[in-house]
Every structure is written in C-alpha cells, then in structure tokens.
Design a protein around this ligand. Structure first.
Ligand SMILES: [Zn+2]
Length: 258
C-alpha cells in the first residue's frame, strides 16, 4: 500500500452512514436544517410520530399493541417506540444514515436509544442542538403566518408574501396560527426546556453534543453543522483507526516518510 492508497482509505470515510439527532425549540430552524441534511447526505428523516402512525396503519404487531394502548387512553411506552425504531433502522432507506427529530424527549429515552443503537452497531455520530433565546423565538413565531390551503409558511419580517396577507402560491388569505401567540409560545418553550435539559446534559456527558447559535443566518448555521458533521464522521470512523494503524505500520517499514 502506498501513500495514494492511504488517501483512498480516508476518502471512503465520507461514504459511511451518518447518524444524527437534531434538538431545538420551535422556531430555531430545525426543519430547514433537517431538509438540507436529508438532501445532502441522503439521510432517512425519522420522526417517532410518523413512525408510530405508519405502524398503526400497517397493523403490524407493534402497531396493534400501540393502538390498543392509545385506545385505552394510555401513553405508548418507550420500550415499544424503541422496538419500532430498531425495525425502522433496518429498512433499506436508512443505509446512508438517519436524522432523528423530536426524539429522544427524556433522559431515559436517550439512554435507551444509545443502548439500542449500540446493539445494532450503529452508534450516533453527533447530537446537534440549535440554540436560540426565548425572546428571539417569540419574535420569530409571533410574526409567522401560514397558508391554510397549501401549508406554506411566511414570516412578516424575514420572508413576507409578495402581496400583503396573501399566499404567493395560491392567493389564499394567510392565517396566524392560534398556537403562535405569545402566551402559548412561552408555555410551549418552558415545557420544551424542562423536557430537553436532561437529554442535552446526557448527550453532553457522552461527548456527542454540539451546540450551535441558531440566531446566525441560516446558511451560516448550515455551514457550522456540516463542518461539525465532517469532523465527527472522521473521528468516529472505524476507518480512521485502520488508517492510523496503516500509517504507523508503513512508517515503521520506511514506506511513508512522515
Ligand atoms: Zn398557499
């Protein structure tokens, strides 16, 4: 193996599957970053809500179990969600990796997720936290307007419609969602912080957490996310270990000069 072959080995690190958790309050631009990552890396976007609905619709064994619990007014337990996720992670569309959004929501879920991924030999590369001050979230969300007909979302300050109050795509009158008023936003935020703080601490303790300032322009945040992911992939790659081994070995044989 010569130096050129070694470059090939490190090059393949970019082709390995990428596994990420995205955490952030409403209004921090999570949806935007998620769709960029999905496209760029071909990741499967896994939302536990969608996954649950799909299992129930297909009437799988786990789906039926969940349905009977929900019909009885009970919460679907973490173990059931994790079982669904284990199956989901073995589907062909997850070959290039996944992006988890809205899960885990508690420390227990976080621990269970890490254990499940460990069993599947698919450890996480990174947990990206999009951080934004509450005041800024309130400002962003209270100026948000959405189209009741096509679902397109506008922002009166940063992304206004061409014609005041009307959707650019279909001309429908834009609406201010009931849950986008200030009091509701503040309540949602306090629930969000309470729930996610322990999850964030847990991932920090594992050295997986990267907190990014979501008040920066979208492209800038995107750049930071990518830079971090590239670093995390090389660091966590089993190939980086074999490369180090190869370099050491060939250096000792006098075939690699530095
Ligand atoms: Zn519309």
């Amino acid at each position: 193996m010569n130096a050129i072959d070694l470059r090939k080995v490190t090059g393949t690190a970019r082709l390995q599957a990428l596994r990420i958790v995205l955490i952030g309050p409403p209004g921090a631009g999570k949806g935007t970053q998620a769709s960029v990552l999905r496209e760029r890396y071909g990741l499967a976007h896994i939302s536990t809500g969608d996954m649950l609905r799909e299992e129930v619709r297909r009437e799988t064994a786990l789906g039926l179990q969940a349905r009977s619990l929900m019909a009885a007014g009970q919460l679907v337990p973490d173990t059931l969600i994790l079982d669904m996720m284990s199956q989901r992670l073995q589907q062909p569309d997850v070959a290039r990796g996944f992006l988890l959004d809205g899960f885990p929501r508690s420390r227990a879920q976080g621990q269970a997720l890490v254990a499940t991924l460990g069993q599947l030999k698919q450890p996480l590369h990174a947990v990206i936290q999009l951080d934004l001050e509450d005041e800024e979230i309130v400002r962003r969300l209270s100026l948000r307007r959405s189209c009741p007909s096509c679902g397109r979302v506008y922002h009166l300050q940063t992304n206004p419609p061409t014609l005041h109050g009307l959707c650019d795509s279909d001309g429908a009158a834009l609406q201010h969602r009931e849950d986008d008023n200030e009091q509701t936003i503040r309540t949602r935020l306090s629930v969000f912080h309470q729930q996610t703080r322990p999850v964030i601490e847990f991932f920090r303790s594992l050295g997986l957490l990267r907190t990014l300032d979501a008040s920066l322009p979208i492209e800038h945040v995107q750049h930071l996310v990518e830079r971090h992911l590239r670093a995390a992939m090389v660091r966590n790659s089993p190939l980086s270990t074999s490369r180090r081994f190869a370099v050491t070995r060939y250096r000792s044989l006098g075939k690699v000069s530095r």
